[in-house]
Design a protein around this ligand. Structure first.
Ligand SMILES: Cc1ncc(COP(=O)(O)O)c(C=O)c1O
Length: 458
């Protein structure tokens, strides 16, 4: 075990029978923390939807995590996506530990950065240059700025329900309650938070995703004012929604027609759905891309990559930087992480693909046998299941048409059976390379039991 605390990680085994998991310490910590930390944790997603309180997680190893009360869970949240090679991965942490003898931060260029850029290009062969930052939000914020500088235009087009971080230009129509969200083809730009200047809503145009008619019509009206179209190539923040047919190719063509830069936000999909991200999978090359989560296996690092002509604007008019951008610790971790992912000709991805498929098909099969209406969608490393009567979900407005209470109720029962994931039905499950067939089997047994129990009670 990597952690230096005194946690006793006796392999207690995952419970397949319902056991009353005591979580009093989490409850008490939440009560105390809320008094001095607004909401009790430094990211709203860690506490929201967790009724009546979130679990405070103390440590992890591989696919297992332990809460402060000592309960063990198989983790299917994986820190919302970064932990692609498992918790406390010895190869990654060992490299970091070794480096720490040398210091932590120098405010100087580093050979490690050059090495990581070369590693990055082994994976992402579609992009000319790459530069590193700290978080996914830093990456999307800077990519939008580059696009504005490159085109001399100000407006951004994003899609309803897509999440690109919490900076002002991204925090628009992340959620869009139907009565106030406008027409389906021309959604209203809605602030995701108080405190965003109204001018931002005039600068960010919102379109409906997977819907060429919506994009075409909006570009006819505003296309000449738009600097960038930013999109996740697989929508992974409002359940998992894959692009329909040649949708991404058509978006690429429309962007070219209007001299707009196309930005793929691969913060979730990057290093997860395949070595070259979703852009490789779908054969569509954006002008700029953003990467984070699975790049660092939990160490904070993100990247912006793109065509040379746009990337070279950095330092030629476009400002860029941050004290902690590409810190040596994160560089060491990311280098070690990518080495693991590329071993044996990227074998990690066939394993991850198989694990994800088994999980997806297993959930479908259980629901088929129980005559349960569910829509399961997945691509390697990202999966969602939605309790809905709809046969298919292709965009945000369809994704919210689900039985949220059932999802949450079942998640609660899964916790009682030692399976951990987020209670919000919009969040995806991101299995990791560390997950085994046994982990999947345990998930499926717990899922069937939880679903049956929920249906009996409701
Ligand atoms: C697609 C996408 N882009 C950007 C971000 C923001 O990344 P971060 O939370 O590291 O700022 C996220 C975070 O979940 C994301 O899912």
């Amino acid at each position: 075990m990597e952690s230096d605390d005194d946690t006793d990680h006796k392999e207690v085994g995952i419970q397949q029978k319902v056991k009353k998991y005591e979580t009093k310490k989490s409850m008490n910590l939440f009560k105390k923390a809320k008094k001095i930390i607004p909401t009790g944790a430094s990211s709203l997603m860690r506490t929201s939807s967790w009724d009546p309180y979130p679990l405070y997680i103390k440590s992890g190893k591989g696919t297992r995590i332990w809460d402060v009360d000592g309960n063990e869970y198989i983790d299917f949240l994986m820190a919302f996506g970064p932990i692609i090679n498992g918790h406390a991965n010895e190869k990654i942490n060992g490299a970091v530990r070794k480096f720490l003898r040398n210091g932590s931060l120098f405010g100087a260029p580093s050979e490690l950065e050059y090495k990581l850029a070369k590693e990055f290009k082994k994976f992402v062969t579609t992009q000319d240059m790459v530069i590193f930052a700290l978080s996914g939000s830093d990456a999307t914020f800077n990519a939008l700025r580059i696009a504005r500088a490159a085109t001399g235009k100000d407006m951004i087009l994003k899609f309803e329900g897509h999440y690109h971080g919490l900076h002002d230009y991204a925090a628009v129509s992340v959620e869009a309650p139907p009565p106030v969200s406008g027409l389906r083809w021309f959604p209203k730009s809605l602030p995701y938070s108080a405190g965003i200047p109204p001018e931002v809503m005039d600068t960010v145009v919102v379109a409906s995703w997977n819907d060429l008619e919506s994009l075409t019509k909006i570009l006819k009206i505003r296309g000449n004012e738009i600097a960038a179209i930013i999109t996740e190539p697989i929508m992974a923040n409002s359940t998992v929604i894959t692009p329909e047919g040649d949708y991404l190719k058509a978006v690429r063509e429309l962007a070219d027609e209007y001299n707009i830069l196309l930005i793929f936000d691969e913060v979730i999909t990057g290093f997860r759905v395949g070595p070259g991200g979703a852009q490789k999978l779908y054969g569509v090359t954006p002008d700029l891309s953003t990467w984070a989560k699975a790049l660092g296996n939990g160490y904070p690092i993100s990247a912006i990559s793109g065509k040379k002509e746009y990337m070279e604007l950095i330092g030629n008019g476009v400002g860029f930087g941050g004290t902690y951008f590409s810190s040596p610790i994160s560089l060491v971790a990311a280098n070690a992480n990518l080495k693991l992912l590329e071993a044996d000709d990227f074998a990690a991805y066939s394993h991850l693909g198989r694990i994800t498929r088994r999980l997806g098909r297993g959930i479908e099969e259980i629901c088929d046998n129980l005559n349960e209406n569910i829509y399961v969608n997945y691509e390697t490393g990202v999966l969602s299941f939605v309790f809905t009567d709809q046969r298919k979900i292709t965009n945000y407005r369809e994704s919210v048409n689900m039985d949220w209470n059932k999802y949450k109720g079942i998640q609660h029962k899964m916790l009682q059976r030692g399976i951990y994931y987020h209670p919000d039905g919009a969040e995806r499950l991101p299995p990791s390379v560390a997950h085994t067939d046994e982990d999947v089997d345990k998930f499926l047994v717990a899922f069937e039991e939880s679903l049956k129990e929920y249906n009996r009670e409701n």
